[in-house]
Structures are given as C-alpha cells and as structure tokens.
Design a protein around this ligand. Structure first.
Ligand code: HPA
Length: 270
C-alpha cells in the first residue's frame, strides 16, 4: 500500500494540492459546502491514480482543494461506501491520502436515521462515539503495521477539543446539535423494525452506512477527527414509515445550510 499511496500523493501534489490543513468528507446530499469554498483545483476521482474505481452512480465524486474560513482544505465531494462493493481498505484510502498531503484535522458528515426517540429528523447530531456493525475492519490487512499500530486505541475516537468547539459553535449560531452514538451498518437495505429496536437497545442514537471505517483509519493515523450526522428519518420501530429516498434527500437538503454554517464556524477555530 505504501507505494500506491506515494504515487497518488505525488500526483495530487503535482496538481497543486499543497499543504492542506483540514480534510472534509461530505456525505450523501450534503455537497453544498463546496459552494462556500474558494476552489483552486478539483479533480474527479476517476483521474486520480490508485483511487478506487468510481461506479456509474458515483461519477460525480471529486477531490477539491481550496480555501474555506481562511484555511486550506481538501474536500471529498462524495465518498465510497462498503455497500457499493469496495473493500474497507478502498473506502478509507482517501483518508490516508489526505493525511499524507498534510491535513491536521478531519471533519466528516453523513446522513443517518434517528434511533433515539427524542431526536427529530432534520436536526444535526455530533457523534460522540460509535458502534461498528459492518462486520470488518479497514485495519485487517497484512501490511497494516507498516502504516501505523495494529492495535489502535479507540477509547476516545472523536476529538474532544473539536467536539467541544462544535458544541460552542452550535450555541453561538443557535443551531440544535444533539450528541450521540452512531452505529454503522453495511446496507444498502434499510433496517427492519426488529433491527431498529436492537440498535436502540445496544445504545445507538443514530444509524447509517458510512463514517466508521474512515474514523477508524483516522485513529490509526493519529489524525484528530469529528463527525456530524444529519438525521434524515425517525426510526421508531412502533411507528415505522416505509423508507422514501426522495424524502430523505429533501430532509438532508433542508438541514444542509446549518451543517455548512457549523463547519464554516468550526474551521475558523482550528
Ligand atoms: N438506516 C441506515 N442508514 C440510513 C438511514 C437509516 O434509517 N437513514 C439514512 N441513512
């Protein structure tokens, strides 16, 4: 993996991805942050050597470099999911690349279902901890110890200082920001009523199909990471409505301006 990483990083550095300070991964339906970036370079994933090959539905995936809130940022507009058939190592390859490019902090966003019955759809949740239900680890491969420790500490996977700053920024901006535990499942099918019930019992406040692999790798790289879920649906097993993808995207779109403000405000403090 080391050789591949070097080739990808050299390609991006030659294109001008010089010393970004902050990395950002944008989740499904959450691409608008890009409109606030003073963009210098954007490259479609298909053109980046050794990047996972983009699927058809994913042809919009882009790596973006520019300035946001006075900081140099590298942004993934669109991420890779386990349910698309990529390996967990592939999904997290861009995190390793961003770290090699020089980022000091990583911010992640996703769309998630609300398990906690007091949490309302359309609101945001700061991830305080997670439960990995994807049945595998992005660190379970032969060469992992060449890239960092094998037995990575996960006692505090989300950066305390950044999370505190997020809560302060939310207060300043008057934005509701819940805190909770995110459970990651493989998908792409949604959960059954029994599964939502189970997720609540084991301590999850939200459920989604991403983020955890990237956060595990950020911890492997000792890269401080924070993540925010946009709650797009309420997963109450006793009153469960059929899943409606258009409604999910519409809810994400409604919440997006708050996420954008929050990210912008937080980046000022880094
Ligand atoms: N389950 C899993 N992933 C999701 C959900 C959900 O209910 N909502 C948005 N992403």
């Amino acid at each position: 993996m080391k050789d591949r990483l070097e080739k990808t990083v050299n390609y991006l550095k030659n294109k001008g991805f010089e010393s970004p300070q902050v990395g950002i991964i944008l989740g499904t339906g959450l691409g608008k942050l890009v409109e606030h970036i003073d963009i210098e370079i954007e490259i479609s994933y298909n053109h980046i050597p050794h990047f996972p090959t983009a699927t058809v539905e994913f042809h919009q995936g882009k790596f973006i470099y520019g300035t946001l809130s006075g900081k140099k940022v590298v942004v993934m507009q669109g991420r890779f999911h386990f349910y698309e058939g990529y390996s967990l190592q592939d999904i997290t390859y861009p995190v390793r690349i961003m770290k090699e490019l020089g980022i000091e902090k990583l911010l992640v966003s996703n769309a998630a279902g609300a398990i906690n019955k007091t949490f309302k759809k359309g609101e945001l949740m700061l991830i305080d901890d997670h439960i990995n239900l994807q049945g595998g680890s992005p660190l379970a491969f032969k060469g992992v110890s060449k890239l960092g420790e094998r037995f990575v500490d996960m006692s505090a996977p989300y950066d305390k200082d950044m999370n505190t700053s997020f809560l302060k920024a939310a207060k300043t901006l008057g934005i509701t920001l819940y805190e909770g535990v995110y459970a990651s499942v493989v998908g792409p099918q949604l959960e059954t009523r029994a599964e939502y019930r189970y997720l609540g019992l084991i301590g999850a406040d939200a459920v989604g199909m991403s983020t955890v692999p990237e956060v595990i790798v950020a911890n492997h790289l000792k890269l401080p990471v924070s993540a925010i879920s946009v709650l797009t649906d309420e997963c109450d097993p006793d009153h469960l409505q059929p899943f409606n993808v258009e409604e999910i995207i519409a809810t994400a779109t409604r919440a997006e301006p708050r996420l954008v403000k929050l990210f912008g405000e937080l980046i000022k403090t880094l």
